[in-house]
Structure formats: C-alpha cells, structure tokens
Write a protein that binds this ligand. Structure first.
Ligand SMILES: [Zn+2]
Length: 284
C-alpha cells in the first residue's frame, strides 16, 4: 500500500481513544522490525526518522527501504520526519517522499515559532504532507537539540490555543513534562495542562519522550488526548542490546545473518508490546 500521511490515522485514533506509535528507525533492519511488529499486531504505524539519521543515510535510501517494506504491507504506514529545525531539510524530505514532517522551532520566541511553523504548513499542504509543530521546551537531548532541565518550560494553554489557530498543525507537541532520553527520576507529567490543551486546541496531541514511562502514564496520557506516541531511545537500546546480546551468548557464531535476525527480533518484540499498550493493535 502506498504511504499515507498522519491525518486519517490520527483522526481514527482520536475517535477510538488509542494512540499510534511513532518509532524512530536507524537503518533498514530497524525499519523491517517496525513494519514487522505492525503486521504482527495489525497496527497503523508511523515510521519516524531523526534529521541526523536522514543526513547519515541520505533521504533517497530511507524512502527506498520504507517503500519496499511498506509496499508489501496492507497497513496504514506514514513516514514522518522528527524534530527538524532546518527548512531546507524539511523541503528535501517532502520532495523525497516523506508523508509527514515536524518543524521544531520551539527554541525560538513565540511569534517566530508561529511564523516558521506556519511556513512549513504552507510548504507541506501543497504536497498533501502533514505537519507536527512544537510549543514549549521538552527537556533532554533529541538529535543535536539539547534542552537543560532549568531551560525546560511547559506549554501554556492560552498560547497553545493561539499557536494552533495560527499555525493549523495536523499534530501538536506541547511540552507537558516528559523528557527525551532516559529518565533519571520520576517524570512529573502535567496531566491537567495536557487535558486543557487537548480540549481547547482540538488538535491531535503527540507525546514525546515515551521511552521509560510507566504503562499507566501512557494510558492516562492517551485517555487525555495523546494520539501519537514517540518511541526513540528504546529502539536505540534494543538495536545495540539485540546485536551485542546475541554475540555474547554465541561467541563462536560469526554468521552475520544470525546476529541481524536476533537484532530485528529484539527490536520487534519491544515495538509490538508498545503497539498493544497504546491500544493500536487490531486497528489497522
Ligand atoms: Zn521528541
């Protein structure tokens, strides 16, 4: 099936009170694991790439893997560019075949964020590509975007309403207290703020910093309006642990295909679990 953008899948998720997992791929193997987990659980899925991964492999290689793998699938699959500040890279991805992009101008002053995000909406709309935009500062490290804890601030509901009215994003990422990377303490999620923002903006909400959150935190955030959940760090760990773990357990096995199989299996297990937890299983 050809790739689709996020619009229909997020609208369905919103009506059905579940969330679509957005998983950051790293290479062909991890893409295969994401599509494989979606097939196994019959879930819609968002394949997500960081800007760094796009720059590492090149946009055409990534599009060819995703098209090859999703082309054999009957599931709804979107290809989304995660946190991007660079309008020329966003433009390149739109031209190359991404069906969705995120503009992250959240480090800019409010007015500038609005203008830049709106510019991306205009660019994307012409190509039927959906746009996610961010407000507030999500703590942690995402790609080369570092946000220290003292600089993190939550999205303000009043500003969120204005932002969404002026930008008209297809998906909105307000900072609500989650963090990128690995949690060192108990995350403080501003549930009331999430609820306010979701009900007042009526825009599908993306939950960032999903790795390491407890199951009940995911369930609560989804019940309050999160319909896209980003999982990146978990895949980085499974990618390395699946590979190294197999080798450590089978030191004399130098058949690379066995190692690759173990790596894909490790990735796929964790991804399928998340799809079930988010309620997306069986919703393709
Ligand atoms: Zn993020």
């Amino acid at each position: 099936m050809p790739l689709e953008n996020m619009k229909r899948m997020l609208a369905k998720a919103s009506a059905g009170k579940y969330a679509v997992g957005a998983f950051n791929i790293l290479d062909y193997n991890s893409t295969k694991a994401v599509v494989g987990a979606a097939e196994e659980t019959n879930s819609p899925v968002i394949i997500q790439t960081s800007a760094k991964t796009v720059l590492f492999w090149g946009s055409s290689a990534i599009v060819s893997w995703v098209n090859e793998l999703a082309g054999f699938s009957r599931l709804p699959v979107a290809l989304h560019l995660d946190h991007c500040k660079d309008l020329s890279l966003i433009d390149e991805c739109i031209e190359a075949g991404w069906t969705s992009v995120m503009i992250d101008a959240s480090s800019k002053p409010f007015e500038e964020n609005v203008v830049l995000s709106r510019q991306v909406v205009e660019m994307a709309k012409a190509k039927d590509v959906t746009v996610e935009a961010e407000l507030g500062a999500i703590v942690g490290v995402e790609d080369d975007i570092h946000v220290k804890e003292q600089d993190a601030h939550l999205a303000d509901p009043g500003q969120a309403v204005r932002f969404c009215r002026e930008v008209e994003p297809d998906c909105f990422a307000p900072a609500i207290g989650t963090a990128h990377g690995v949690y060192t303490g108990e995350p403080k999620i501003a549930y009331d703020r999430l609820e306010d923002i979701a009900t007042q903006t009526r825009v599908p909400i993306a939950l960032h910093g999903g790795t390491g959150l407890a199951d009940e935190v995911f369930r609560k955030c989804i019940s309050l309006g999160c319909v896209k959940v980003n999982i990146s760090t978990q895949l980085k760990y499974a990618f390395i642990d699946g590979f190294v773990g197999y080798h450590n357990a089978n030191e004399s096995d130098y058949n690379p295909l066995n190692v690759i199989r173990a790596q894909i299996g490790e990735l796929k297990r964790g991804i399928a679990e998340k799809m079930k937890l988010f309620g997306a299983a069986g919703k393709a």
